[in-house]
Design a protein around this ligand. Structure first.
Ligand SMILES: [Zn+2]
Length: 231
């Protein structure tokens, strides 16, 4: 059964709308990070056309962006997975094998995370001079090494698989463009929520920062006459 383009577009419209709804329900719980910021940039969010379409520019904190870009990406991934299952048997078989292999791993820290944490590096940036005794990504890599590799593919099978991967990529780009087009219609409520929940917290943080920077130079500190001071 092949869906018409209209059916796919309608279903995407609903899913993007639900993704934005979920992000809007989460946003009131967002708080500025008080810990040291990460040095590494997020490859999912940096320059993301999804975020431009949503109107979440680089002036918006990354946590706020990441919650939306991950939810929108999940819509695209879901749509591509359905298309692959219906139309791309070789790629589907390959994915099934990889999924079975993944299930065999004893430790899978990157799976089942909340959207706000999905796709972020598993470990914090190391502090200079304070190496970790172990890292989560290191444990995951050890666990990967215990799982046997997939059998090698013949050249023909590789070429056929590559062709299906190309088709899946084309479909993902098409869906991605469609998701961006739908997000344009949600800009106003996204911007409204940023004004309501994010901007006041940033303003408060900046005010706090200004106060603490000003504190050493507070003129009242110099007005108090010291007992020894000549009058
Ligand atoms: Zn991100």
């Amino acid at each position: 059964m092949t869906d018409t383009v209209e059916t796919v577009e309608r279903s995407l419209e609903t899913q993007v709308s639900q993704a934005v709804d979920a992000w809007l329900r989460w946003l009131p719980r967002w708080e500025p990070a008080t810990h040291r910021g990460r040095v590494a940039v997020c490859r999912r969010c940096l320059g993301s056309p999804i975020l431009s379409a949503a109107g979440l520019g680089s002036d918006v904190p990354h946590g706020v962006q990441h919650g939306l870009s991950t939810r929108a990406k999940a819509v695209i991934d879901h749509s591509v997975a359905e298309y692959t299952a219906r139309n791309l048997p070789l790629l589907q078989a390959e994915l099934d094998q990889q999924a079975a292999r993944n299930r065999a791993r004893s430790y899978r820290p990157a799976e089942g995370l909340e959207p706000e944490f999905d796709g972020l590096p598993l470990d914090p940036d190391p502090l200079p001079g304070a190496p970790f005794l172990f890292t989560i990504s290191g444990l995951a890599a050890d666990s990967d090494a215990d799982v046997p590799a997939l059998p090698p593919l013949s050249d023909e099978a590789k070429a056929a698989l590559r062709q299906e991967v190309g088709l899946a990529d084309d479909y993902a780009s098409m869906v991605g463009r469609e998701v961006c087009a739908v997000l344009l219609h949600h800009r106003i409520r996204i911007q409204g929520a940023v004004s309501q929940y994010v901007e006041p917290q940033i303003a408060a943080m900046l005010e706090e920062l200004t106060r603490s920077l000003d504190a050493p130079f507070d003129p009242r500190d110099f007005d108090e006459p010291t007992p020894e001071a000549p009058q």
